[in-house]
Write a protein that binds this ligand. Structure first.
Ligand SMILES: NC(=O)c1ccc[n+]([C@@H]2O[C@H](COP(=O)([O-])OP(=O)(O)OC[C@H]3O[C@@H](n4cnc5c(N)ncnc54)[C@H](OP(=O)(O)O)[C@@H]3O)[C@@H](O)[C@H]2O)c1
Length: 269
């Protein structure tokens, strides 16, 4: 199966690497279209030399691919979709463009295109992504199974109703940035308290990974696990009092609502 990527940025590379890592397709099955060669060296360096096919012609990739993955920014989608229209008939087309609805994709592509709208996130790059996808009107149960397999090659994947996709975008699509901010703040704070940068970094990373794994493996509520760390009048209580006073939960809720609003706006543009 030839997989054609339209766009060769961070997400295209993350997905392509997951697909190859999990043997869903070989590097020689990947076709990449990108107008400039700015990302070409970085992209191609991740695969054996002379394996991945590269062109600046979106329509060429759409014609040659069995499955088309649209991985361009939402701002250029209106230029790109007409270039894919003729070749998209009866093909599976997966779009990862934030905010771009199935209706918009389906009406710009051939009416027989089998469209899927997907929202991955950058941890796909290390096999720990969180993706959700919604099926368009022509997508078949076989497409559903293929998309699930493809996205699972990069981590967790879940099928959702399209009306939930912008909320997914705001939660897990943009989510790694919130967690990176958190880790960075923890490192800065550790250094401020006298740790070396290296040690503060490892402690912050491992604490984040370990805590997330505990939520998953114990199946307990995060607040229950937090309570278990707190002893009366102890250090954690002292820290959590500050977090609650500074209303960090409300800040995160507001941040995610802003991301959802932006995804809605991008879809309406
Ligand atoms: N970044 C994230 O965390 C994230 C998470 C979930 C979903 N997404 C979605 O994934 C999509 C890609 O995001 P990204 O972060 O990978 O962006 P990116 O790194 O900026 O990559 C965009 C790619 O599209 C290429 N491109 C620009 N105009 C094009 C055109 N007319 N035809 C073909 N390719 C074109 C760019 O090439 P040049 O650089 O050479 O111009 C670049 O390779 C976006 O729609 C975004 O909403 C991103």
């Amino acid at each position: 199966m030839k997989i054609g990527f339209i766009g060769s940025g961070k997400m295209a590379l993350a997905l392509a690497q997951g697909i190859v890592r999990q043997n869903v397709a070989a590097p020689s099955d990947l076709l990449i279209a990108s107008p400039n060669d700015g990302t070409q060296d970085v992209f191609l360096s991740k695969f054996p030399p002379q394996t991945v096919h590269w062109t600046s012609d979106n329509a060429e990739v759409a014609r040659a691919a069995d499955l088309i993955i649209i991985a361009v920014k939402p701002q250029v989608i209106n230029d790109v979709l007409p270039q894919l229209r003729a070749a998209s008939a009866n093909k599976l087309v997966i779009s990862i463009a934030a905010g771009i609805s199935l209706i918009k994709l389906e009406s710009a592509l051939d009416k027989r295109a089998r469209v899927v709208r997907c929202m991955p996130n950058t941890p796909v790059l290390v096999g720990a992504g969180a993706c959700a996808y919604a099926l368009g009107r022509n997508a078949t149960p076989q497409d559903d199974a293929l998309v699930m397999k493809l996205l699972s090659s990069g981590g967790f994947a879940s099928r959702v109703e399209e009306k939930q996709i912008n909320a997914v975008t705001a939660t897990s699509g943009s989510g790694p940035a919130y967690v990176f901010y958190f880790i960075e703040a923890m490192i800065t704070a550790g250094i401020k308290q006298g740790l070396s940068k290296e040690l503060a970094r490892e402690l912050a990373i491992q604490t984040t990974i370990g805590s997330a794994l505990m939520v998953r493996e114990t199946k307990l509520e995060p607040s229950t696990l937090a309570d278990a760390v707190k002893s009366p009048k102890g250090t954690t209580v002292a820290a959590c009092e500050i977090l609650e006073t500074e209303q960090w939960r409300e800040i995160l809720v507001k941040a995610i609502a802003a991301a959802k609003k932006r995804a809605d706006e991008l879809g309406a543009a």
